[in-house]
Design a protein around this ligand. Structure first.
Ligand code: GLN
Length: 210
């Protein structure tokens, strides 16, 4: 099994760590660029995307995370983590001048806190492409995934809003899959990590082209 990292600056990283460990995966908590060494995949957890972005500035993580992706690392952003992965962010607070930095590693936008104040948090059985039974999806001040571009594939929608999408080795979801005890999406991500590492190994051995 490949080693997987969890971005551990803020938010629900311990919960992801627990799920991964329950699946027998070795987990690294990532705070500094050097922590990315040797990882096949990285989860960016839910929490508060503006706080995480600020800490990513402080720890110099922006370029190392883009390099991690470019060199074949798989990434999964959940809720605030999806905001960090997006191409553009709508609804950033005024102290950010309405602008919020993001990695742009998946071809979609996000609209923060898109599901409204009245329904700050809720759970729904979500139909997910590739899963044969609904996934219990917990939404907590969740973003909408908007403007999903050509490169990305929609895997789930809730009330006409995209809430799970994938582009190659990058997965983004608006909800919190680490909170319900259903490990199917973690398994899906681990499969992405494994396949990507196998592909890179074949490239390295000259068996396939990049
Ligand atoms: N509302 C948070 C943000 O915009 C995300 C909430 C979450 O991760 N549960 O960063």
């Amino acid at each position: 099994l490949p080693r997987v990292g969890v971005l551990a600056l803020q938010g629900a990283f311990r919960e992801h760590r627990r799920v991964l460990e329950s699946l027998g995966v070795q987990v690294t908590e990532v705070r500094l660029p050097a922590d990315l060494a040797g990882l096949g995949g990285l989860i960016l957890p839910g929490g508060e995307s503006t706080s995480m972005a600020r800490l990513m500035d402080e720890y110099g993580l922006w370029d190392p995370l883009r390099d991690f992706h470019a060199s074949g690392g798989a990434l999964w952003g959940t809720c605030a983590g999806a905001i960090l992965l997006a191409r553009e962010v709508e609804g950033a607070p005024p102290q950010f001048g309405g602008q919020q930095r993001s990695l742009g590693l998946i071809d979609l936008g996000v609209r923060r806190n898109a599901f409204g104040r009245q329904v700050d948090s809720f759970q729904v059985p979500l139909a997910v492409r590739g899963l044969d039974a609904p996934f219990p999806a917990v939404f907590i001040r969740a973003p909408a995934l908007t403007g999903v571009g050509e490169g990305a594939e929609v895997l789930a929608t809730h009330m006409d809003t995209v809430v799970l999408a994938r582009q190659g080795r990058v997965l983004a979801c608006a909800f919190h899959p680490e909170l319900t005890g259903d490990v199917r999406l973690h398994r899906l991500f681990l499969e992405m990590v494994r396949l990507e590492m196998a592909r890179l190994e074949m490239v390295r051995l000259g068996m396939v082209r990049e």
